[in-house]
Write a new protein. Structure first.
Length: 375
């Protein structure tokens, strides 16, 4: 469920926790949607349907509902199973639950994918809040120590702190298409300290008109005015000072700057194109038609076979892809023995990343096997 009516929402917390100016500057500007966002929305809706249906069936009830997007059922199944197992011994469960944390953030609320309160194993009369967040993306792994999940936990704590002796919070990210689950645990005392001394002051600053902007990767990434923010532009350009000579230490300093410059330049180009298409004039630039592409019509095969033999019109059948084979063979585990025998793994090309990246470093010998000019 979208948090479209919350000015200081949990999903937008990366912005308002780090930049006081971003929220009010972005007010009234609609989020740009994308095919990935729509895919994620549908996957969440399918997961909610599956969880509610299975919970009903387990207690012998008939679930009345229509399977909304069954094509996503296989992908969200691990997340659904995770949540259903938690439900079996939970004291309270919220599915796509509105969570109000306005005690710390004015009019602040968010929608938690799955939230439960369970008794802590081997500890009598102590409970934990478990916040499980479904991430449907398959590009980058997401980790559980995020302000978004902490704010969801604050909302659940505010609603149930008098009903249960809650002493800790467990945040869980479930990213089924990457087979990735990450957990982060924090005590209630630590959570409340963060709420009072970090969240509350940041929320107050974010509601002050003409507050100063604080550019940075986390807050600028999803900011709706990142392309027109003067402070961001000046910040990025100020980091790109000239350094001589370009020794390894200097290069290490400049690599994050180059990455940030690239993101800023891409955002700027996309925004310039958008406003030009909408009718604005960009001095010194013009809109031109891109290279045309041709596509077959529905009648293409019939027309071509009037002139060519059928075997020339249709190319030889191609081997199905790995993902399709995995699904046809019954899923990742069932397909593993077959795919292990039918595939060979090739090492990925070297990629230079910050030391904070969780992947282990390559040996120099392995790295030298890849020429830097290789396509």
């Amino acid at each position: 469920m979208p948090e479209e009516h919350a000015l200081l929402s949990a999903s937008g917390s990366a912005l308002w926790l780090h930049c006081a100016a971003g929220v009010l500057r972005s007010k009234g500007i609609k989020d740009e949607t994308s095919a990935y966002a729509e895919e994620g929305r549908r996957a969440h809706e399918q997961a909610e349907f599956m969880i509610r249906k299975r919970i009903a069936e387990e207690v012998g009830e008939t679930f009345k509902g229509t399977d909304p997007y069954p094509e996503f059922a296989g992908d969200v199944e691990p997340y659904v199973l995770h949540c259903v197992i938690l439900t079996s011994f939970a004291e309270w469960v919220g599915i796509e639950q509105r969570l109000d944390f306005s005690q710390w953030v004015p009019e602040g609320f968010g929608t938690g994918d799955f939230v439960s309160i369970v008794e802590i194993p081997k500890v009598e009369d102590e409970y934990e809040i478990v916040v499980v967040d479904l991430k449907f993306g398959k590009g980058v792994k997401v980790f559980a120590d995020t302000p978004q999940l902490r704010l969801y936990a604050l909302g659940a704590l505010a609603a149930h702190q008098w009903d249960y002796h809650i002493t800790r919070v467990r945040c869980v990210i479930h990213q089924p298409r990457l087979d990735h689950v990450d957990e982060y645990t924090i005590s209630v005392d630590e959570l409340l300290d963060w709420a009072e001394n970090t969240v509350k002051p940041a929320a107050s600053r974010a509601l002050v008109p003409n507050a100063p902007a604080t550019p940075g990767d986390k807050q600028c990434r999803w900011c709706r005015v990142k392309t027109t923010c003067r402070e961001r532009a000046l910040d990025v350009l100020a980091k790109a000072e000239s350094h001589h000579p370009l020794d390894p230490t200097t290069i290490a300093t400049l690599l994050p700057v180059a990455e940030e410059l690239g993101k800023w330049a891409k955002d700027l180009q996309e925004y310039a194109l958008k406003i030009a298409v909408d009718g604005s004039t960009i001095p010194g630039h013009k809109l031109v038609e891109g290279r045309a592409t041709r596509q077959w019509t529905a009648e293409a095969a019939e027309i071509l076979m009037d002139y060519l033999p059928e075997e020339q019109v249709y190319s030889p059948r191609k081997l199905i892809g790995l993902t399709e084979a995995q699904k046809l063979l019954g899923g990742k585990k069932a397909a593993a023995p077959v795919l292990d025998a039918a595939t060979v793994s090739r090492a990925g090309k070297p990629t230079l990343v910050p030391e904070s990246d969780p992947r282990p470093p390559m040996s120099q010998t392995s790295a030298n096997q890849f020429p830097i000019y290789e396509d």
